[in-house]
Design a protein around this ligand. Structure first.
Ligand code: SF4
Length: 288
């Protein structure tokens, strides 16, 4: 129930299409707005080991999952990540969210052979604003150009590519000159994130009732909530478990246990402040 005693809005998950893995909150950068609070050496969410990931990949495949995605932190900071990715790519298409700076560049010789895998690999690179100076103010001098060049290189090599940005006054078309410069397609997919606040923050937002879910959203919009078709595997305090989605790993109420099959049975009550971003702005990490 909401604080006013009304039935709270919820999602009853349908089919498991995507499984996301959190590779750990350690990152080579420390962007002040990071929705994961990632920074060098951070271990709020710990490095996922190959042995941690394998049973979940196997269970997901048994359940008919269509895709694996990986986020951090910066996945390529996790020394165990390449082995996890290699195993996952033998089974399903994979998406990696990356800042496309030194950790990825240092592994380029290991990444290029992944083009030969039976399933495709794509990368989503963060370019926060179509303004290099503003991007670099958070991510460090020169990192806009480095990420843009890496994105172009990955595209020319044959990997799928997309771009992640922050919501701002700039329209998507402001990226066009940079896309052209890097040899990237002008219609590259751009995923925009609203301000989701830092982990552990608790901004006041309207509560979502059952009535809100049916009055303001149609079936298609309800089905687009990530908790409807995806789950995320995380390692916290040495325990690997599955969370309702990629956005709520700072609230143990969204820890759905140690089995994907059981997690998909559980109704997700939309009580996290980020649930309101899904409801009001269609926030989603997925490229579905
Ligand atoms: S943040 Fe969004 S996807 Fe995650 S549980 Fe809430 S509504 Fe579902």
């Amino acid at each position: 129930m909401t604080s006013e005693g009304k039935p709270r809005g919820y999602i009853q998950p349908a089919k498991l299409e995507e499984v996301w893995f959190h590779t750990g909150t350690s990152c080579n950068l420390s962007c002040p707005f990071c929705l994961e609070g990632s920074k060098p050496g951070d271990d709020r969410i710990q490095f996922l080991l190959f042995e941690d990931a394998r049973p979940w990949i196997d269970e997901a495949v048994e359940l008919g999952v269509e895709k694996f995605s990986f986020t951090g932190g910066e996945p390529f900071v996790n020394p165990h990540f390449p082995r996890i990715l290699d195993y996952a790519l033998d089974r399903r298409p994979c998406l990696v969210l990356t800042n496309a700076t030194d950790p990825l560049l240092n592994r380029m010789d290991k990444i290029l052979p992944l083009l030969e895998k039976p399933n495709p690999l794509s990368f989503r690179v963060s370019l926060d604003h179509p303004d290099p100076e503003r991007h670099d103010a958070s991510r460090g001098k020169g990192n806009f150009r480095k990420a843009l060049d890496t994105l172009g290189r990955l595209h020319r090599a044959g990997f799928g590519v997309s771009l992640a940005r922050l919501a701002s006054e700039f329209p998507d078309r402001a990226y066009l000159p940079f896309l052209e410069e890097a040899g990237l397609p002008p219609d590259i997919r751009i995923v925009t994130f609203p301000d989701l606040k830092l982990p552990g923050e608790n901004p006041e937002v309207p509560e979502i009732t059952e009535n809100c879910m049916t009055t303001y959203l149609d079936r298609e919009k309800r089905e687009a909530f990530m908790c409807n078709f995806s789950k995320m595997v995380v390692k916290i305090d040495g325990r690997v478990s599955v969370y309702a989605c990629t956005l709520v790993d700072d609230d143990p109420d969204f820890d759905l246990g140690e089995s994907l099959a059981e997690a998909m049975e559980k109704r997700v009550m939309l009580k996290h402040h980020r649930c309101y971003s899904c409801f009001a702005f269609g926030a989603s990490c997925s490229e579905r």
